[in-house]
Structure formats: C-alpha cells, structure tokens
Design a protein. Structure first.
Length: 368
C-alpha cells in the first residue's frame, strides 16, 4: 500500500440530544477525522472516538492529536504496509493510546478495501447481510421522561434497549421499564459506577431478566468482576476493561464476564477487534458492537465489523438521525424495522460529505 499523505481534521458537531452517563454529560462532540490518501488516488477514512475530556478512558482529542502527529503518523510514513494487519504490529512499541491507533488503522483498512474493490465488511471476513440494532438511553431528569423515550424507541423498532445506570438511578428505573415493557430485551450499563460492596444491591437486578449488565465495576478490575459474576444470575458484559485479546482471554478464564462489548477504538483497531471476536467465538462468548456516539465515518466501521459471525447480539449502532441533524456521510445510516442493511460500495461504503466536513473543521494538518 503506497501512502501519499495523511490529513488530520478536528471537527466539531452538535449532538441532537445531550447524552448522560454515570461519568458525565456530552452536549456536542469534538473529534478527529483521519484521511489517508494513496498514490493511486484513493482515500481511506477513520474517526477517533476520543472526546475532549478523559472520562471514558484516559485519552482525549488533544492526546490523540499529539500521539498521531508526533509518533504514529511518522511511523506509518516510513513503513511499508502490505496489509492492514501490519499496522497494529507497527504501532506496538507505542503503549496504549488505543483510540489514536484505531483511527489511523481504520483509515488504512478502508483504503485497503477500496484498493482491492471490496466492501470493508468483506475485507474483514464478514458474513452477515444485515445487523440488529439496539439503542443506548442516557440518564434522564425523571423516570417519566425515560419511560416516554423508551416507548419511542420500542415503537421505532429497536431490537434491544440499553439504559445507563448508577447508584440511585438503577432499581427504580429498571422496574418501571419492566412494568410497562415486560418483554423488551433490556440491559443496563453502569460505566464502572459500583464497587464490590454493592453485590447485594446489584443482586436485586436479577429479578428483571436483563440480558446483561455492562461494566458494573472499575475499568481495570477483572478480579472483582469475577467475584461479582459468581454472585449474579445476570450475565456481566465487559466494556472498559477490555483493550486487547489478552485482556479478553484473562477475563474469560477468570469468569469475569459472559459477554464482551467490542469497540474498535477501545482495542486499538479492527485487527485487534477481529482477534477478540475470534477468541470469543472459540470460547462460546457472544460479542456485540458498542458505540461511542460516532459520526458517520466511525459508525460505518462499526457496521462493517458487525458483519462478523459472532456479533450475535444487537449493537449500539443506531442510525445517523438518532444523533445528528445532518451526518457527515452520504447516504446517512438508516434503520428499517430494527435492522441496518450493509452498504454495497467499496470500503466503508459511504461517501464523506466534504462540503459539510469542511464547514465543521476547526483545525487540520496534512502530513506528506
Ligand atoms: O454510541 C452509542 O449510542 C452508545 C453510547 C454509549 O453507551 C456510550 C457512549 C459514550 C461512551 C461510552 C458509552 C458506553 O457504551 O459505555
Ligand atoms: Mg459501556
């Protein structure tokens, strides 16, 4: 693969609705778009999931800009890349910084698929034709506000509802949702809001038939997750704790989870995502694709990876209109009866809307 230049753009978009989790509220999104241009005249695109504050993980837009500009891009420009799988090996000397690595690696994957006239899903070894879509519902000001939103999502056809929980916003809301929607596939995501002292409290969730509880305990604690899982009927799904295939292996062997949420950004790219997917498949652990409120480019990568066989649970891959007045790709991602169809075009299969991207760009830098 012959890389001619790489463009970083920091863009800013307003979210249609603020999104609140146990760690904070996002009103808008500043994030980095990566464009890798080849000598053959094609462009591959990637999007970093980092936000301005280091509250989901330790990375931010600024740390990404630094790590990409000063380390990762110089490495890429010097290397000879035969296949996108080479990129994660190339980046290995740089510790962590998973979101930064993933944004570049995703752009290389898109470029590779385009150079070989393949959809990204096909290039990744995907087999599915359409994907089931779930929705992640943030913390609200009142139970009634939450219930009316859930009702709207159920009517729109989402295949699974995920609610954000934290102490004081958990048992009451799950109970209220179950009362009105006894059958809806329901799960809860705590974003690390509990401790091992909360075992008796969390056990009270067992009676509501949740498909899983996502990341109840701290991000770097798979030991206590294993203790908790032994005391809970509800399956634990890990999100923040899993960055590598080795993390996944250890968590599975300890019994820290029964399901894994895969986020391309959190694990440093598509190659590592595939490795974790394959490991989970061989150990009987289902996976699903998480979301980080991505704009269209990141969303397109999420859709492509969800085509792999062991993504058997609905993902947080809601359509563009759930997040944005206008998305940065054409066509926008659409959902019909709770499904997203895969795009047919090469690579990510959606075209970046360059006019809109230029309008939203705060700063850009070209490396050649
Ligand atoms: O993109 C989406 O719709 C999922 C939103 C979501 O749950 C989330 C959004 C930002 C940061 C962390 C998470 C999470 O899954 O924990
Ligand atoms: Mg989560």
């Amino acid at each position: 693969m012959d890389i001619k230049s790489i463009v970083l753009r920091q863009v800013k978009m307003d979210l249609l609705h603020p999104f609140t989790t146990s760690v904070g509220t996002e009103y808008d999104k500043d994030f980095i778009l990566v464009e890798v241009l080849s000598k053959s005249g094609l462009s591959g695109w990637g999007e970093s999931v980092s936000i301005v504050e280091p509250i989901y993980n330790e990375e931010t837009v600024q740390t990404n800009w630094h790590i990409m500009s000063d380390f990762l891009i110089p490495m890429l420009m010097k290397a000879s890349i035969q296949h996108p799988d080479d990129v994660s090996d190339l980046f290995r000397p740089i510790r962590r910084n998973f979101n930064a690595k993933a944004a570049l690696e995703c752009a290389i994957w898109d470029l590779y698929a385009k150079e070989n006239s393949l959809t990204l899903a096909k290039a990744l070894g995907g087999v599915k034709q359409q994907i089931e879509v779930g929705v992640s519902v943030g913390i609200k000001n009142s139970v009634d506000e939450l219930l009316r939103q859930v009702e709207g999502y159920v009517n729109e056809g989402y295949k699974r509802i995920k609610v954000k929980i934290k102490p004081e916003w958990d048992l009451e809301i799950v109970k209220a949702i179950r009362r009105e929607f006894p059958q809806v596939p329901l799960m809860a995501d705590a974003n690390c809001a509990y401790t091992i002292e909360d075992i008796p409290h969390l056990q009270q969730l067992d009676e509501f038939g949740l498909t899983m509880i996502e990341q109840p305990l701290d991000s770097d604690d798979i030991i206590d997750h294993a203790k908790l899982q032994k005391e809970l009927q509800t399956p634990i799904c890990l999100d923040e704790s899993i960055h590598t295939v080795e993390d996944a292996r250890k968590a599975i062997e300890l019994g820290s989870c029964k399901i894994i949420n895969l986020k391309i950004g959190r694990v440093g790219g598509l190659t590592e995502t595939k490795k974790i997917h394959d490991l989970c498949e061989s150990r009987g652990i289902p996976v699903w694709c998480g979301g980080m409120l991505e704009a269209g480019i990141g969303r397109a990568h999420n859709i492509a990876i969800t085509s792999l066989a062991n993504f058997t649970l609905p993902g947080d891959t809601a359509p563009s209109s759930h997040y944005w007045k206008k998305d940065i790709i054409t066509p926008e991602v659409k959902m019909k009866d709770g499904y997203i169809e895969f795009p047919k075009g090469d690579g990510i299969g959606y075209e970046p809307n360059m006019k809109l991207i230029d309008e939203l760009t705060v700063v850009s830098r070209t490396f050649s």
